[in-house]
Design a protein. Structure first.
Ligand code: XIL
Length: 374
C-alpha cells in the first residue's frame, strides 16, 4: 500500500489543476453544456475530452509551429502536447553535462500560451541516445543516467503533467529488453530512473511507456508485474503509457480489459502515441474503439495522437492520423469526436473530478505552478 506522501499529493494537484485549464478552454470554445446531462456536443477534440475530465493531445515538433495550418489545427483541436523528439536524450544532452533545451522550451512556451498541458517524453530510452552514452559502462552509465534525469526533469519541474520516465524497456515475451541500459546496470535501473525523476520533479506524474501493450499479452503481463512490484515496494510510479501504434487490422479484443487491469492495480493509464495505419471506416473503427475504451476506464486520463497531420507523420505512408496531409478532418476524426462526446458527463466520466471552483481553490492554496493556469 502506498502512503500518501506530500510528493504524491503534489502530483495529483498538478493533474487536477490542468483540468482547470481545460475546463476554461471549454468555456472559451463556447461549448454549451446542460448541467448533469450527457447531451453536450463539443466541436473540438480537446473540448470534447474535457467534458469527462480528460485531455486530448498531439506530439509536435517546434519547427512546424510557424506553419499556419499546423499551428491553427493544434491550437483549435488539442489541449495537450508532447515533444515528438525535442525532449529526448540526444536532443537535450548532446554532450555530457551540456544541456540543450531550446526545442523543448519552445514547445512548453507554446503550450503555456495556449493553456495546454505538457507530457514529457522521454527521460531514458535505448534509442535516440547521444553517441557519448552508447560507449558508457557500469557505474559511469548509471551516473550519466541519473544526471540526465536530474538535469532535464528539474529544468521542466512544475511544468510537466506526466513524464515518460522510461520508454520501451520490455521485449514481446515480457522479459527485459537487452539494451545497453539493462546489460550495464541490471534489473535495478528502471527503479533508479523513477526515483531520480521523483526527486527532480515531485509534481509530475511518472509513467512507464511502451508499445504493443494493446491487450492482455505477454508483454503487458511483464509490465503489469513490474508495476505491481513497484507499488508494493513504494517505488514512485503513477501511470502506464500505452503507446497504441496500430493498423486498421489490429485486434483490440482485450484493449479495454488491459487498461482496466492497470487502473485496478492503482495507476493511471494514458494513450500516449496513438496512430492507426489505414483509411476510411476501417481506420475510423479502430480509433473509435480506442477512444471508447479510454473513456470507459475512469483512470484513463487522456489520449495523445503521435502527430497532427499525415503530412508529418513518422509513418506518413500509412496515413495514420486524424487530419490528412491538407489538414482536412478524416472519418477517423469524426469517430473520435463522437466517442468523446458520448462520454461527456455520462458513465465514462472520471469519478475523481471535483468541479472547477474546487480545482481552482486547491491550485491556489498549494501554489503549484501550472502552465497556463490563470
Ligand atoms: C519517433 C519519432 O516520431 C520520429 O520522428 C523519430 O525519428 C523516431 O522516433 N515510440 C516512441 C517515440 O516512443 O519516441 C517514437 O518517435 C515512435 C515510437
Amino acid at each position: 500500500m502506498i502512503s500518501s506522501s506530500p510528493m504524491r499529493r503534489g502530483r495529483r494537484l498538478v493533474r487536477l489543476s490542468v483540468a482547470v485549464v481545460v475546463t476554461g478552454g471549454l468555456a472559451a470554445a463556447g461549448v454549451v453544456m446542460s448541467t448533469g446531462s450527457a447531451t453536450a456536443q463539443a466541436d473540438t477534440l480537446g473540448a470534447a475530452a474535457a467534458q469527462s475530465g480528460r485531455y486530448f493531445g498531439a506530439a509536435i515538433a517546434p519547427n512546424f509551429l510557424g506553419e499556419a495550418d499546423y499551428a491553427s489545427t493544434l491550437n483549435t483541436e488539442f489541449n495537450s502536447v508532447v515533444a515528438e523528439n525535442a525532449m529526448k536524450w540526444d536532443a537535450t544532452e548532446p554532450n555530457q553535462g551540456q544541456f540543450s533545451f531550446s526545442g523543448g522550451d519552445a514547445i512548453v512556451a507554446h503550450a503555456q500560451s495556449q493553456g495546454m498541458s505538457v507530457r514529457g517524453h522521454t527521460l531514458v530510452w535505448h534509442a535516440q541516445q547521444p553517441g557519448w552514452v552508447q560507449g558508457l559502462t557500469g557505474d559511469s552509465l548509471r551516473q550519466a543516467m541519473v544526471d540526465h534525469i536530474t538535469g532535464v526533469a528539474s529544468h521542466y519541474a512544475g511544468q510537466i503533467y506526466s513524464w515518460d520516465v522510461v520508454n520501451e524497456a520490455f521485449e514481446e515475451d515480457g522479459s527485459r529488453r537487452q539494451s545497453n541500459l539493462q546489460q550495464q546496470m541490471g534489473d535495478g535501473w528502471i527503479e533508479e530512473a523513477f526515483r531520480a525523476a521523483d526527486a527532480a520533479d515531485p509534481d509530475a506524474r511518472l509513467c512507464y511507456n511502451d508499445y504493443n501493450l494493446d491487450g492482455v499479452n505477454a508483454k503487458s503481463d511483464g509490465v503489469y508485474a513490474m508495476v505491481e512490484d513497484f507499488l508494493a515496494r513504494g517505488v514512485p510510479i503513477d501511470c502506464v503509457g500505452i503507446q497504441t501504434h496500430l493498423s486498421q487490422d489490429s485486434d483490440l479484443s482485450t484493449y479495454q480489459e488491459n487498461l482496466q487491469r492497470f487502473s485496478d492495480l492503482g495507476v493511471d493509464v494514458e494513450i500516449t502515441e496513438l496512430d492507426v495505419g489505414g483509411s476510411g471506416s476501417a481506420q475510423a473503427d479502430v480509433y473509435r474503439t480506442v477512444t471508447e475504451s479510454c473513456v470507459a476506464v475512469a483512470r484513463c486520463t487522456g489520449i495523445t495522437t503521435w502527430g497532427i497531420t499525415d503530412k508529418y507523420s513518422w509513418r506518413g505512408q500509412d496515413t495514420p492520423l486524424l487530419f490528412d496531409a491538407n489538414y482536412q478532418k478524416k472519418e477517423a476524426y469524426t469517430a473520435v469526436l463522437e466517442a468523446l462526446n458520448a462520454a461527456g458527463g455520462a458513465s465514462g466520466e472520471r469519478d475523481d473530478q471535483p468541479d472547477a471552483a474546487a480545482y481552482d481553490q486547491m491550485a491556489r492554496r498549494e501554489s503549484v505552478p501550472v502552465p497556463g493556469l490563470v
